[in-house]
Design a protein around this ligand. Sequence first.
Ligand SMILES: Cc1cc2nc3c(=O)[nH]c(=O)nc-3n(C[C@H](O)[C@H](O)[C@H](O)COP(=O)(O)OP(=O)(O)OC[C@H]3O[C@@H](n4cnc5c(N)ncnc54)[C@H](O)[C@@H]3O)c2cc1C
Length: 423
Amino acid sequence: MDKQNPILILGAGTFGLSTAYHLAKAGYTNITILEKSVTFPPELSAGNDLNKIIRAEYEDPFYAELALEAIAAWKSPLFAPYYNETGYLLCNSAAAPEKSKKSLQKALSSISQRPVFRNKIIPISSRNDIRKVAPAFTGPMQWKGYFNSFAGYAAAADSLMAVYSACIALGVTIHLNSAVEALTYSGDICTGAITTAGKHYSAPITVLALGASLGSVLPQIKSQVVAKASPLAHIQLTPEEAIQLRGIPVTYARDLGFFFEPDRRTNLLKICPAMAGYTNYNTPFGLSLPPDDNAFIPAVDEAMIRRLLRETLPELADRPLVGRRVCWCADTADSEYVIDLVPGKKGLVVVTGDSAHAFKMLPIIGKWVKEVVEKGRQDNARWQWKEGSDAAAADISWRIGQTTDFKEVKDIRRDPEIAQARL
Ligand SMILES: Cc1cc2nc3c(=O)[nH]c(=O)nc-3n(C[C@H](O)[C@H](O)[C@H](O)COP(=O)(O)OP(=O)(O)OC[C@H]3O[C@@H](n4cnc5c(N)ncnc54)[C@H](O)[C@@H]3O)c2cc1C
């Protein structure tokens, strides 16, 4: 493939940015990204967040292997400033359902026999065990699970910013405020894309990296991926409170939710409640897609956050929640990514199906997209286009609870600050 030929990437989120970075590093000189968001990191990107878990345990050993490769890359010069190896406390509360316990056991067995985890895993069966790895936690925590010291979190928005700067330095052109309206074709050849402002960008290769919004531009993806939202919120800590929690492990009670060390710049404590994800089928495409307004979480999730805090940090359990929002991913039926050519369309590559576990792959994921662009096919059956698969019907083994559509959610609690700003 001629490295001077234009390559168009749609979406500057986790997948799109990593793709541009790997292509540019390999010598491709004519890469353009179109991104709908007005600012960077993109407000619509699932990766634009304070922090994300970086861990190698997976129910599926294939992804455990890839995550180990990613962790090594998180320690390379570009990414190391954003990776914090605080460890990972993965447990179930006493009330956890069987599904949650099974998921934890599978995750543990994907790493426990690997030499790199020797002396890194400590079983947890009591509050005392938890206090040994997280002395700042004062709650009752009758949890069981383990602590893995070879894991941690990434400062997510900051690391996206670093890749963005690296892409610019390598000559990638990134157009913000450039929402793609449609793809353009000549017969069965994709010739590029047209934005909602009517500007046409032409390229012999177009890579679709639109995250949860993919279906609005590529409706033929149909039920192969389903856009699913997860809620999150934060507590604003004082500098003194944040220091008390400095160095705590990423803490995940599979059936309650997870939280991180407070952000070192803002002192915000980010918390995600456990739940199976929300859909939004109230769209013109008949597909679940993200709505425009995402600055809210349902009351049931707020209650779950407070329950998690009562178990761990009860002194924070009644504090106001700020920065409430729902964050959108693209689930597949088997939680496998899809990195392939779109069947019947020449020059059109799709990278999707992040299934809420792709941020950790930011340093390496673009390498796999580059291979597909260069070979013109996907050899790994796991990541091929799977016509007819139905992500909405699947019972995802690691998602605990029932997926709910937003039209069934009555008590939506909006972020008071954002609601005020809108008045
Ligand atoms: C609450 C939450 C917690 C998570 N925690 C973790 C974690 O701890 N660890 C982990 O590994 N992963 C985590 N993830 C998953 C991770 O964030 C995603 O897997 C990853 O960010 C998906 O990348 P993407 O490129 O597919 O989508 P995105 O990053 O969402 O990128 C899609 C981009 O396309 C743009 N776009 C959309 N429509 C258009 C259009 N029409 N024209 C142009 N641009 C458009 C969007 O603005 C966006 O920038 C989490 C996700 C959520 C929601």
